[in-house]
Design a protein around this ligand. Structure first.
Ligand code: SF4
Length: 353
């Protein structure tokens, strides 16, 4: 059965709801309240984590910094399991979801199922995003058996020619074979999980294949089909659609500094999935325990940027990764400060166009 845009929330809520505990719900509301009040040193913990299994990818999508071969300053690596375990153990009582993706293809990690299991056994909702261009399909069975709740598959065409225009080096037949494998696997096991979503990355060059891709999703028993605006140079993009959820400039406040944390494959901690470069790390988990990171100087300074009452505390020579972020440059109370700080130049957080 294929659900519509909002209908996808039904199977996702069913999958996610079973992981909730009183402690997690309490932490969630506390975290939201502290975010709303711009508390610089929150007592709550993040309720969502991105865990990057690897920063290596098998495709070369041109507008992705990894695909484009942009040097992040990080070594190309697979996430160390013991590092992941210490991170997950600290956050597990509070985490509602763990998301396996960032700047690489997660299914390339040889122990991806162990990472999923580690979270599943600690009662955390697990999600993974993949290009599904994999040779050994049995990895899908392994992650499903490990307890994966949600899988996002990215696609950008319904014919090989259009698909490989963006998913460079990709093979549409492999993607469809993967979807079919998942459909059959779920049928065999009688399980509704993982919820499978196909994300159609929408560009000018692939608009005409949208409906054909939707049909593929339907035929392959995908739970939900979503259209995601591509990012890249203006000439590649379709003009902003009316749906307010796509208008990023309306997002006035950074919630991620409170509710999210990102463990990069090399052990670097960043506050959000936008920060790509090693020099933008807020901490390095190989050298520091996560408990010391939550309210370290980088985090506290970043939160102060969003608090009108703290603007006066900010040094005009401050160097900070968030100073290049669009969200910071949207803050009315920072207008004067940003004009005085010569390090506060707005730029793409992944160094892209
Ligand atoms: S870079 Fe932007 S989105 Fe990321 S944590 Fe900083 S302010 Fe928030």
């Amino acid at each position: 059965m294929t659900f519509g845009k909002w209908g996808r929330l039904i199977p996702l809520s069913l999958a996610g709801g079973r992981h909730l505990t009183f402690k997690k719900v309490f932490n969630f509301f506390r975290c939201e309240a502290e975010c709303f009040l711009h508390v610089e040193r929150p007592k709550s913990m993040p309720y969502s984590a991105i865990i990057e299994p690897t920063n290596i990818c098998n495709l070369q999508c041109p507008y992705c910094p990894t695909g484009a071969g942009r040097d992040s300053g990080r070594k190309k690596t697979m996430l160390d399991l013991s590092l992941a375990e210490s991170f997950i153990n600290t956050l597990a009582p509070y985490l509602i979801s763990a998301n396996f993706y960032n700047w690489g293809e997660p299914l390339l990690h040889p122990q991806i199922d162990a990472l999923v299991r580690m979270c599943h056994e600690r009662n955390i909702f697990t999600s993974l995003s993949t290009n599904l261009n994999i040779r050994e399909l049995d990895v899908l069975e392994r992650v499903c058996k490990a307890g994966l709740d949600h899988m996002v598959v990215s696609c950008s065409g319904a014919t090989q020619e259009v698909y490989e225009t963006y998913h460079r080096g990709g093979n549409l037949d492999k993607l469809v074979a993967g979807l079919k494998y998942l459909r059959d696997l779920k049928k065999r096991s009688g399980s509704r999980l993982p919820v499978v979503e196909l994300h159609y990355i929408f560009f000018k060059h692939n608009q005409h294949e949208l409906e054909a891709a939707r049909q593929i999703a339907k035929d392959m028993g995908v739970t939900a089909f979503r259209i995601m605006d591509g990012s890249g140079p203006e000439e590649a993009l379709v003009e902003a659609r009316d749906d307010p959820k796509y208008i990023l400039s309306d997002v006035k406040h950074c919630h991620q500094l409170w509710h999210l944390t990102v463990l990069n494959a090399d052990g670097g901690i960043t506050p959000c999935y936008y920060l790509y470069f090693k020099q933008d790390n807020f901490a390095d988990l190989a050298k520091d325990h996560w408990r010391n990171v939550r309210n370290n100087e980088s985090y506290v300074l970043a939160r102060k940027l969003f608090s009108p009452s703290c603007a006066g505390d900010l040094d005009t020579n401050l160097v900070h990764p968030c100073l290049k972020c669009e969200k910071v440059h949207q803050q009315k109370h920072l207008k004067e400060y940003l004009s005085l700080n010569k390090n506060a130049k707005k730029s793409h957080r992944t160094g892209g166009p």
